[in-house]
Design a protein around this ligand. Structure first.
Ligand code: PSU
Ligand code: MN
Length: 306
């Protein structure tokens, strides 16, 4: 059911470092043609660090762990569906193709034996998920959170976007028994910003510390993953005032347009790129590159433990 690229299979068999990469960020998170450049660049960053990349997607019903040049082109150029874990059996049975979210990528990477995964931002609890004075609960919470509760993999991300409810997301991660560590920070990052105002209990400052936590998790027989929250480098962080202004305008536009439900996030994200004149996109790329570099270090440290 699972097809590993030959180089991924060889690296895993030899205990060499491998990092998983998701395809939804390429298919749905970044605009063409920048998305293909980004997919190639993330892989190149890993290769330069001596780490084998495994970009993951479902192509023609086959979950693929490691894509060749044509596979990368397909996730960038084709209008693929976005698949979470629950979509995997349906795609496989029907021979269909889709880009995989953090949840689905984590599951497939784990099935292949991969321990480290780099992405941009995690999915989380949406604003208004639990309802409010003027609306019903939407229950809109990403399956990424549940997948992290059930999948032993370290996911390096820049936290969650401030269009989500960050406090509620952290509470749900606590309930789901998913450990969260700040990578060189004491505060959970908010994607384009280094901080969210939410303090973290645990901080790590080296890839070896992360590898030691993964080893301890295994020794304890825990099935949970690990959220490695890695803030955008200070020199690329969005200016606080500009970030606040653009988000407020984007939320107002969504309200005025009467956008509801799952259409809200894509609407907001597109508006944020437009209203920021592309600045939010540049930051998105910088933080993703940075996550890939950190994940490479963690995978190398994990591989050295043998
Ligand atoms: N956050 C981002 N960029 C993304 C995503 C999240 O900053 O592209 C994608 C990831 O693939 C993540 C998914 O797993 O969105 C979550 O979607 P949902 O809320 O529908 O589970
Ligand atoms: Mn949702």
């Amino acid at each position: 059911m699972l097809e590993l690229a030959p180089e991924v299979r060889a690296a895993l068999a030899a205990g060499r470092p491998v990092v998983a990469l998701e395809s939804t960020i390429i298919s749905h998170g970044l605009p063409r043609p920048r998305n293909l450049d980004a997919a190639l660049e993330f892989e190149a960053i890993l290769r330069e660090a001596g780490v084998t990349p495994a970009t993951i997607a479902v192509l023609d019903g086959v979950p693929r762990v490691g894509l060749d040049a044509d596979g990368l082109r397909r996730i960038a150029d084709e209008d693929l569906a976005k698949a979470s874990v629950r979509d995997l059996p349906i795609l496989a049975a029907r021979g269909a193709s889709a880009a995989t979210t953090v949840a689905a990528t984590s599951r497939l990477a784990h099935l292949a034996g991969i321990r480290v995964f780099a992405t941009g931002g995690l999915g989380g609890v949406h604003r208004g998920a639990a309802g409010g004075p003027d609306h019903e609960a939407t229950y809109d919470e990403s399956a990424d959170l549940l997948a992290l509760a059930e999948t032993p993999i370290a996911v390096v991300s820049a936290g969650v976007k401030s269009v989500l409810d960050i406090g509620a997301t952290l509470e749900r991660l606590e309930t789901l028994c998913v450990p969260v560590v700040g990578y060189g920070t004491d505060e959970f990052p908010a994607f384009w910003l280094r901080g969210s105002g939410h303090a973290l209990e645990h901080r790590v400052d080296s890839p070896e510390e992360v590898a030691a936590i993964l080893a301890a998790s295994e020794a304890l027989g825990l099935r949970q993953g690990l959220v490695v929250a890695n803030p955008v480098p200070a020199e690329h962080e969005w200016e606080q005032g500009e970030h606040g202004r653009v988000l407020a305008e984007a939320f107002a536009a969504a309200d005025a347009a009467g956008v509801r439900g799952k259409a809200v996030t894509p609407f907001l994200l597109l508006r944020i790129v437009e209203l920021s004149g592309g600045r939010s996109l540049e930051i998105n790329l910088e933080l993703a590159r940075n996550n890939v570099r950190v994940a490479a270090g963690i995978a190398a440290a994990w591989s050295r433990r043998g």
